[in-house]
Structure formats: C-alpha cells, structure tokens
Design a protein around this ligand. Structure first.
Ligand code: FES
Length: 564
C-alpha cells in the first residue's frame, strides 16, 4: 500500500498490519475533530517554522491560515507541522552550523508524515536553503512561501535597513561618532516590523533565487511581510499545492541544471549575498548537480547588475516590490535565462515572467543599457591562497581597494580577533590586509559570518571605513566592504590560509580574479611541514557536533554533509 498510496493512506506506521495502521491513524486524526470527508482529500503538509525565537517569521500564524484557506478552497486537506526554525541572532555558535540539521528534520518530516504535497514556509537566512535541500532530497511536490521582508525604519529623518545600517551605525559607534544613548535608540528603529531583513541580504537573495529556480509562485519573493498581498500569495500557493498533489511537478523536475543556471544569473544581477552561492551548491548537490564556480564567475562578467538595493545600491525590498518585483528583473534578464525552465506553476519561466506589474518611471530595476554596474555583483577568486576558490562581493567593495597589496595582520581565531582588534598596540595600518583563520566550516565550527572583520579601533577612530579582509568565514549578505570570503580549503584542514604569517605580502586583484600569498614556494613548503592540525573542538566527541565535524564539506560543495 505504501508505494502508491495517497492522502491518509500514505506512509503508514509499521505494525505488520496495514489495515490496523490505518484504523489507528484514523482514530487519532479523528481525535482532532476531522470528518471522514476530510480524510479522503489530498493532503498538503505545511511546514511551520514560527516561534518566539524567530522575529523574521513573526507572521507565521497568518501565513499558515492563508495557505490552509487556499488548500481548502481547492478541495484539499491542509496539515501544518512544526520543524526546527533558525534565526540569525538566536543561534549559537552560528546559524550555519544548524542549517543541515534543519534540512534533515524537514526532509524526514516530509517523508514520515502522510502528505501529497508540501508548502514550506521559511524566510530567515538559513531556513529557505534548509527547506530547499529537504525538498530536493524528499522529492515530494513542494512549493515555497517566504515570510517576506520587513518595512524600513527611520532615525533622525534617515531611512534605516537591517542589517546594512546595523553595521554602518555600529561602525560609527566604534569610531566614537555615536554614543550609548544613540545606539539604544537605534536598536528600536533598525527592525521596525516582523519579516526578514529588507536589504539584499541572504534572506532576500534566497527569496529571489527560489522564485528564479521556479520553486515559488511568481511575485512571491518581494512582497513585504506586513502587506496583504503576502497572505494572498500564501493562499494561492495553498491552492496550487492541491493541484501539485495530484500531478506534480516534483522538485527534481523543477530544479534542473537550467534552473540553477537561471538562479546564478539572478544572484549576479541582484547583487545577491555570497551565502547564496553556498546554499545553491548544497541544494544542487542534493540533486546530483554541481555549481561550477568558474561558470558562475563567467556569468558575472556577462550579466549586468540591475537591482539598485542596499548594500550595493540605494533602495530596499519594499521598493523592489513596488517596482514590479522579481518578474521585472527577470524580464530584463530574459536574454541570459533559460526561459523554458519548468516551474511549480506548471508553466515555463518565460510564461510566468510576463505576469506582474509594469511600473513606469521606477528606478529600482534597471535595464541592461543603464545598469547599476556593467557586471554582476560577485566574483570568484583563485590563487595560491585559495586553490579551491574564494568569493568577493565586489559590488559592495571600495573601488580603491579591489586592486591592492598589503602586509598581513593575522588573527588565529574569532577569540583572538575579539581580544586584539582594538589593542592600541596592534601593528596595523590602513593598507594592511586583515586575515582571519579557523573560521571556516570546520574551524569555527559552522563558518560564522565573521568575515566582515571590524576595522581596528584605532583606525576606525581616524576615519578608516574599509580595509581588505581575507578569511575562510562567511559574511552577512547585508554587509559591505572589500571582504574576501570562503577561502577554500579552509585553514582548519590545512588550506594555505593556515600558513600565512604577520607581515607576509598578500595581493588582491579582483579584475584578474587573483588572490595571492606572495611568499616563495620553498618557504611555504617548510611552513607546511611544521604545521599541525588544531586540537578537536570541545564536545565534538558526541552528538550533533560529532556528526557535523565528521561529515561537513567545504564551502565550494555547499557545506552539506558528505552522506547527503
Ligand atoms: Fe532573519 Fe536577517 S536576521 S533575515
């Protein structure tokens, strides 16, 4: 019965008697007041990722209600179920450490519980990637609804956005330009509504990328969390999920090689988060596909950046929504896209993008002949310091630093960074290259968003706002600066980053896509001979940390577990 079974008959608990299993299931579901009619309908599961620890998912209850309404209007039976939820500010040591756990939880709950299709409601940075990884592996018909971006706030007449302005204002505080009272007041203005960060950070990036992949209904990426359209999108998704329960498509039929290429084009054109690249690599890997970093870099040279949003530009997600949303971007990008890529609407991407408002005079989505930048937002660097690649968001870097040579100032770990960065005796100047190691997938562990190293206090107070920074860490998509990330292999596993010493010369040339440690090969060989791996992390002999340390892959493979 289990193989082709549908609805309540699907995935029965095993007692060695299927009729008994179904009888027991019906008894328990009836305990919740369902009728026999309800039990015959196609079931749409709804992944509930709400909770008091996740402000970005603060609209969850209303969204679930709207999805349920859509499912019932279409004659299906909705069943919400909880999974892990991850918020950036409430996850120790870092949200990325837990992404794979959420992906496993979501995948197994989709498999274990009877459902013919699933609506995945996520939003905050790691939740949508985890859900797409789960959807790829479970391969039941799936549609994503995001919780939607927050509205912007204001402080002393100036518009504020999380978290680009969180970082800008914190830098001003460190430089002594704002005091404790200012920063207290600002804390209440940075995130003035529920929803995800409203700049082109990772949450916004993944929302746009999910729509481009075809896993979300058209128009779903950009609607603000508090706009009534957000609930209508959720209702429409519930309706569509009932049709998908009958006839698909499945994630493996939507997330094809063409769909991933489309997603990479969008990632470049929106000035998206570097994290998007890691997550796409993880999702693709679940489907037996690979993200080719060099191909991604080539796309970046061909595809202009068209979306004028912070941190690379000026505007916020609510402005992108008012300017026609992602469809307006996709229409401009049409010559670069595989328009026949399938989507969950049942129609190819090229048909979907004809939908949506055309907004005369809008300035947020540019045309290719008047781009924000003539090339994409991200570049892949190679060189003896990053044989497996490194990434820079050059759209958010200082133009005067994208070709730079400086002497390394090395921090051994996050703890070392915290201890010494503001030391008045730190031997550093504005031309130095700040290096952080042991902050990669295994090194930290969890590859925290520590790549945006703070400017040393004594330089910040002198007005230095950007320096070249190099690490095996990640960076928040909301951050800006000349920051080289995801250096692969990471130092913890003996990558060349482990061999850098204070005073070494490091050269960065973004145009040539090079990152070089200017130390001769013989010296590097001798340093390697005396290198020893760091001791195991405390607690890594058991539990999830052990699973993680035994199995996590490097950034170029999406930091997924090797057995997934
Ligand atoms: Fe959740 Fe920014 S903290 S999206």
């Amino acid at each position: 019965m289990a193989g082709n079974a549908r609805g309540m008959k699907k995935g029965l608990a095993q007692y060695g008697d299927e009729a008994f299993s179904l009888y027991m299931r019906r008894a328990f579901v009836k305990a919740m007041g369902y009728s026999d009619d309800a039990l015959t309908r196609p079931i749409v599961g709804i992944a509930d990722t709400g909770g008091d620890y996740n402000a970005c998912h603060g609209g969850m209850a209303k969204l679930i209600e709207a999805v349920k309404r859509g499912v019932m209007l279409a004659g299906g039976m909705p069943m919400a179920f909880p999974t892990i939820s991850i918020h950036e500010s409430f996850s120790h040591p870092t949200s990325m450490f837990l992404r794979n756990l959420m992906a496993m939880d979501t995948e197994e709950m989709i498999r274990a519980q009877p459902m013919d299709a699933v609506v995945l409601i996520g939003g905050c940075d790691k939740t949508v990637p985890a859900q797409l990884m789960a959807a790829a592996s479970a391969d039941a018909p799936a549609a994503v609804v995001v919780t939607g971006p927050m509205m912007t706030g204001r402080y002393r007449g100036r518009r504020l956005g999380a978290c680009t302005d969180c970082r800008r204002l914190w830098a001003s505080y460190r430089a002594g330009e704002l005091d404790d009272a200012d920063i207290d007041e600002i804390t209440g203005r940075l995130a003035p509504t529920i929803g995800t960060c409203m700049v082109m950070g990772t949450a916004s990036t993944m929302a746009c990328v999910t729509e481009a992949l075809g896993m979300m209904l058209p128009g779903g990426a950009t609607v603000p969390a508090v706009n009534a359209d957000r609930l209508r999108i959720a209702e429409r998704t519930g309706r569509r999920a009932v049709e998908m329960a009958e006839s698909g498509p499945r994630p493996s039929e939507v997330m094809t090689a063409d769909a991933f290429r489309n997603a990479l084009v969008v990632l470049q054109a929106i000035g998206g988060s570097t994290n998007g690249l890691i997550h796409l690599a993880a999702i693709a890997r679940r489907l037996g596909l690979a993200i080719d970093l060099d191909e991604f870099d080539r796309i970046g040279r061909e595809v202009p950046m068209l979306v004028d949003l912070k941190p690379s530009g000026e505007h916020y997600m609510e402005n992108l929504y008012e300017s026609g949303g992602l469809n307006a971007v996709l229409r401009e990008l049409a010559p670069h896209l595989a328009l026949d890529a399938p989507t969950i609407t049942g129609r190819p991407l090229g048909e979907n993008i004809e939908e949506g408002e055309r907004v005369p005079g809008q300035v947020v989505v540019r045309s290719p002949d008047r781009p924000v930048r003539p090339s994409g937002g991200l570049a892949v660097l190679r060189g003896n310091l990053a044989p497996g690649g490194a990434v820079i968001k050059h759209s958010a870097a200082s133009p005067e630093l994208v070709s730079h040579r400086g002497r390394a100032v090395v921090f051994e770990s996050l703890e070392d960074l915290a201890r010494r960065i503001d030391d008045p005796d730190l031997d550093v100047d504005a031309d130095s290259v700040l290096v952080l190691r042991n902050a990669g997938p295994r090194g930290a562990p969890g590859m925290p968003e520590a790549g945006y190293l703070p400017i040393p206090g004594k330089l910040a107070r002198r007005g230095v706002r950007d320096m070249v920074r190099v690490s095996d860490a990640r960076m928040s998509g909301t951050a800006f600066g000349t920051v080289v990330l995801h250096v692969t292999p990471e130092s913890h596993v003996g990558g060349p980053l482990a061999l850098v010493r204070d005073g070494d010369s490091i050269s960065l040339d973004v145009e040539a896509r090079r990152l070089e440690l200017e130390v001769d090969a013989a010296e590097l060989r001798s340093r390697r001979e005396s290198w020893a791996p760091p001791p195991p992390h405390p607690g890594s002999e058991r539990g999830y940390l052990k699973l993680y340390m035994d199995s996590v892959l490097q950034a170029d493979q999406g930091c997924d577990f090797d057995f997934m």
